[in-house]
Design a protein around this ligand. Structure first.
Ligand code: ATP
Ligand code: MG
Length: 503
């Protein structure tokens, strides 16, 4: 009798051991210290970096520091019920979130839990929030434009599908506004949008969601939200979650636009985590690998080659500067990772230039190859005229005696600058933009007072839509702006001027 009993216990022991060996979930450790969203764990010899850990009671943590005698991990869930001595288990997995078209129009937190009060997500697929960037040979060329609908950008700082374009500027200069306008402009353009809010005030995120809804842009947008009141680990993983959601669409062959608002706060969240984990601090107290967390993130935005479906992720990361200092640590890092930047200035904003884009300092390294023929035809002149105008304006601000040519340049430049002003949520279609910029860079409106330019152009497009709709439709369809179009526009403009008694 005792023999068979021993046999059974031996057999059970064997089974348990093999189970532990095969299933890493059963490896357990204990919390030896916890506080400020960081826990230290004893045990867990086989844990891997970035692995998801399960804590008894339903909490989760992320393994970050693998030391010889202990593990440092960051908490992903609330830490109220945590105490020393609690058991922690390896899961063998890394953090994953639900992905797929069910997410469109939804607001979720970085762990994939719904925040909008709607029904819970029933997606078929999950995706790891960390994923390798597409290899060089799997990438295609960035040569298809992604229109922002903002005149100053589409003409002079064109963005291509698969590009990473940084929006940089001081606080309250209209950074978020540019990103939201770009999302609003993707309506009916077959581009899926992801807006990732990192460490922002809940009220700000709420107003963003509200305006997306109001302009019917929420139906094709996913909002990933981590507010300032949430823990640093959640803010830290938010952009990776957003990218995982975007990647799923990209690998299905779709075009995606992702906005990270903003990466300065992301860097701060990572700094908090690193300092709590007692990692060595470097410049501005950021850890040494802060460059890597951003490059790892932004390299995942790409244009895939045709053989992989040709999908793309276009990224608009946002960086907030202090007193216009773009040479601080995080701004220089992100500038060097992205393919260009849109630079916003407080002075321009206050002087009434909105969007407050400094076109001299803004660049797109993809440039003309991400523009259609029609836009390319007019955009060169715009840049040149503006540069010329700025130079002259500086020269002549002390009231010198001006010759006719200089006067003409100044008049044209002032009107062109005025025409580049644009209010929020009013994206302009490409054909209208091309037509307007063509008119502005030719000597057809220099007699119209600067303050009347906007009203004049609005009236002109109304006039155009009742006289000859076909021109704009043709430009939109063929993406060309021909000499015949120029002639037609000249004629219609003349007729409109007569109507308004300018001739
Ligand atoms: P923060 O640093 O707080 O994130 P931000 O740089 O993202 O600010 P926004 O919130 O986008 O700036 O804009 C600041 C203010 O400027 C808002 O009240 C917004 O409505 C206004 N604004 C932005 N762009 C325009 C525009 N093109 N026309 C008129 N108002 C604008
Ligand atoms: Mg903002």
């Amino acid at each position: 009798m005792s023999n068979s009993y021993e046999f059974i216990t031996d057999e059970l022991k064997k089974q348990i051991e093999s189970h532990i060996h095969e299933n890493p979930k059963t490896e357990a450790g204990r919390i030896i210290a916890c506080g400020d969203g960081v826990i230290t764990i004893d045990g867990l010899k086989n844990v891997r970096n970035g692995e998801l850990l399960y804590i008894t009671g339903g909490n989760y943590a992320l393994a970050m520091n693998l030391e010889e005698n202990y593990i440092g991990a960051i908490l992903l869930t609330d830490m109220e019920e945590l105490s020393e001595g609690m058991y922690v288990y390896c899961t063998g997995e890394i953090v994953s979130v639900p992905v797929g078209k069910e997410l469109l129009g939804r607001v979720i937190n970085p762990l994939g839990e719904v925040l909008d009060g709607g029904p819970s997500l029933r997606t078929k697929r999950h995706r790891n929030i960390e994923y390798p960037a597409p290899a060089i040979l799997n990438r295609g060329r960035v040569n298809e434009p992604l229109y922002t609908g903002i005149r100053a950008l589409d003409s002079m700082v064109p963005i291509g599908k698969g590009q990473r374009e940084l929006i940089i500027g001081d606080r309250q200069t209209g950074k978020t506004a540019i990103a939201i306008d770009t999302i609003v402009n993707q309506k009916d353009k077959n581009v899926i949008c992801v807006y990732v809010a990192i460490g922002q005030k809940a009220s700000t995120v709420n107003s963003v969601i509200h305006s997306l809804k109001k302009h019917k842009a929420l139906s094709y947008t996913v909002v990933v939200c981590s507010t300032a009141s949430q823990t640093a680990p959640l803010q830290y993983i938010a952009p990776y979650t957003g990218t995982a959601i975007a990647e799923e669409f990209m690998y299905e062959g779709k075009d995606v636009l992702i906005v990270y608002d903003d990466l300065s706060k992301h860097a701060v969240a990572y700094r908090t985590i690193s300092l709590l984990l007692q990692r060595p601090a470097g410049r501005e107290a950021y850890p040494g690998d802060v460059f890597y967390i951003h490059s790892r993130l932004l390299e995942r935005s790409a244009k895939l080659s045709e053989s992989l479906g040709g999908g793309s992720i276009t990224a608009l990361p946002i960086i907030e500067t202090l007193a216009g200092d773009i040479s601080a640590y995080i701004p220089t890092n992100v500038i060097s990772i992205t393919d260009g930047q849109i630079y916003l200035e407080t002075d321009l904003f206050n002087s009434g230039m909105r969007p407050a884009i400094n076109v001299g300092l803004s660049v797109s390294r993809v440039g003309g190859s991400a523009q259609c023929k029609a836009m390319r035809r007019v955009s060169g002149a715009v840049r040149l005229e503006l540069a010329h105008y700025r130079e002259m304006a500086q020269f002549t601000q002390f009231g010198a005696d001006l010759d006719e040519e200089t006067k003409a340049t100044l008049a044209k430049g002032a009107r062109l600058t005025e025409s580049l002003k644009q209010s929020q949520y009013s994206p302009v279609p490409m054909s209208e933009m091309v037509t307007e910029l063509y008119i502005m860079t030719h000597d057809m409106i220099t007699d119209i007072p600067v303050e009347e330019i906007r009203g004049f152009m609005t009236g002109f497009f109304e006039f155009l839509s009742v006289t000859d709709r076909s021109i704009l439709q043709r430009i939109e369809k063929t993406k060309q702006f021909t000499e015949q179009d120029e002639k037609d526009i000249n004629e219609i403009l003349l007729a409109y001027r007569k109507l308004k008694h300018y001739e």
